[in-house]
Ligand binder design. Sequence first.
Ligand code: GLN
Length: 497
Amino acid sequence: MTDLTKLTLSSALKKLKSKEIKASELTDAHLAKIESNKDLNAFITETHDLARQQAKQADDRYAKGEAKALDGIPLGIKDLFCTKDIRTTAASKILENFIPPYESTVTQKLLDDGAVFTGKLNLDEFAMGSSNTTSYFGNVINPWKRNTGDNAQLVPGGSSGGSAAAVASGMVMAATGTDTGGSIRQPASFCGIVGIKPTYGRCSRFGIVAFSSSLDQAGAFARTTEDAALLLQSMSGFDPKDSTSVDKAVPDFSKNLTGSLKGLKVGIPKEYRVEGMPLEIENLWEKGKEWLEEEGAEVVDVSLPHTKYALPTYYIIAPAEASSNLARYDGVRYGLRAPGQDITETYEKTRAEGFGDEVMRRIMIGTYVLSAGYYDAYYIQAQKVRRLIRDDFMNAYKKCDVLLTPTAPSAAFAIGENEDDPIKMYLNDVFTVPASLAGLPGMSVPAGLDTKGLPLGLQIIGKPWDEETVLKVGNSIERAAGLSTMPVTMDGKRSAA
Ligand code: GLN
């Protein structure tokens, strides 16, 4: 019998429509997989009863011929999206017992399309991190292992590590994520799956716990580009409840996925060739170029001269906005309260007890760069550099239609590695942060394995609102690499569906 957890989302939809399988069976298979993969710690909250109930309703709709776009598809939701009456923690102690009275727009859209929610996925606390090791609920383990026999537990990347691990191991067919500086693309690369962050403003931020509001954007994880397109379709669209959501028609993302790339110009930014990057990533990048040329694309060299300022700029702007957004957790209105003698002591005790080290570090950096005297030197300066970084991309797009780069400077590393020095951890975002600062769509597609058998992703960065080309180029790489049409098994090997 077919293992239902190895189906792609698109093939599952076909089988559900043709009544070859039932939504209830599909959900049960995924819930069983969640049970057998508990050691990965991908979930913070599981909602099995709700999932079974939703699957039953989906079956009723299939029976009546009233199926919706994602009817009966088991998904996981990053625990940064508020879900009505379901605990939403942002992986923080301060929100450990927070039950939102409302639904985020993105999750509401998924519910409206008939999706089945299996639970809330683990992440770095408040989405701050690149390895999912800052979660109050413990780190997530990558389902992949090195083939060297060292048996080391690897990080799934971050901050959406639970989402990536759950999709890669077949616990869910697809998952939501959020990406502020790389939190969808980097974990997708580490776990050998597809992760797409759309243009800033494509998905509503309403009901997503805020980290850095001018950068945060929701997006999709799946095992194929087609599946990612289907999930993103459902998540996208204007929302009057989010003033930065843009009123723009959402194209059919899966319509033009395949086909020749004739006439398309792919830019290779020379500044992404960073010192110390493993040769195998460099080689994979070369291979990616060749694959796209074989499909008819023309590869051109471009320059993004301000790239080297992207990381320092991001690590000023993101903490600045975080320090302001996180001021709301004061022990009065939300979540944890640690009472003190007076209101000031209550604030202090609550925040000291409720926030983890990385979150406190960000709040301190953010408060510093926003303080009188330093505001102009750091924050305003960073905003100016951000504009130059965006201008770089816009200039490059005069010469090309999309950019191809590696997603991350390394494969998944072992838990505990890079923990000694926060700067080392921040360096993980070197290739993903520039597109975030410019608000551009970006996607990671699994493109190969390193010598230790671990997945490596290539990143495609598009023009504003051009997710379609990003997906098309991604699909082309996916087909050439021949990796991502099949899910990953627990031992890190892929097996046929
Ligand atoms: N790793 C980056 C950070 O720690 C990005 C996180 C994210 O995109 N949410 O800020």
